[in-house]
Structure formats: C-alpha cells, structure tokens
Write a new protein. Sequence first.
Length: 148
Amino acid sequence: MNQIVVFQLDKYQYGVDIQQVNSVEKLLEITYIPQTHTDNFVKGIIQSNGIIIPIIDLKEYFNVGKTKIMERTKILFVCIKNIHAGLLVDSATEVLELNESDIDSTTGSIEGIQQTSFLKGVVKSEDRLLILLNLENILMTDEIMYTK
C-alpha cells in the first residue's frame, strides 16, 4: 500500500509519495532572490528548521501559468537525496492510499507526451485522473540543483 499527497494545480490533480513530503504548510513569506542565475519558477527562499529552502512554483516549472496567491495556496516541503525544496501549489487536498496495481506506469506510450521523466504514472481513482510525479527527476535538474 502506497500513500500519496494529492495537490492541485488549476483544475488538475497531482500526487507525490508521502515519504518524500516533510510537511504541507500555509504560504509563508518568501524572500525574493534576484533572477540572474535562476529560472523564473524559483520564487525565492524560506528558512525552515535552520535550512534555506528554494521555493518552486510548479505551475511555472511545468509552463502552465503562475500560481495565484490565495488563502488555500500551500507549500509542500519535500526532500529527495538531501535536496530540500518547497513546492508552491494551489491547494493540497488529501492523502490517498493506493495499491501498486492502481498505478498505470505506461505513460511512455501515451501519444503526445514528450517529457515523461517527471511522470511516475497515472492513477484512475473513482471519476478522476491523478498524475503521479517523480520528484527525484524534478529536483535533480540543473536549474534546481544550482539554487542549492
């Protein structure tokens, strides 16, 4: 049995392995950093538990717009291989339990999807599709590693 944290970007739902999520927090004050060597999706930094953490707007990272700051906006604090990041999302909605058999990992065969390295799979749950993200492949990119 796997547990995933479900979050929303616009009207779409995504999930990440709960073991990779340290916490889900209300939006905190982000310290802006100049954009000379970082991409626009890095919104700034936050200090949490003595660690400086880059804040990444997932909408901008995936080129689907910018996150509008609202009361329901959340930051998912994640850590993969000692890489800490805060993921800015529209909302975090639930923790979902899945069996491995619930995950369709055949995303490489879906026509029109070019960059599948960020996708772990797709879950059809009740009347919705849930996209599972491979956080390791997102956080280990050169753009994010540079901010560490």
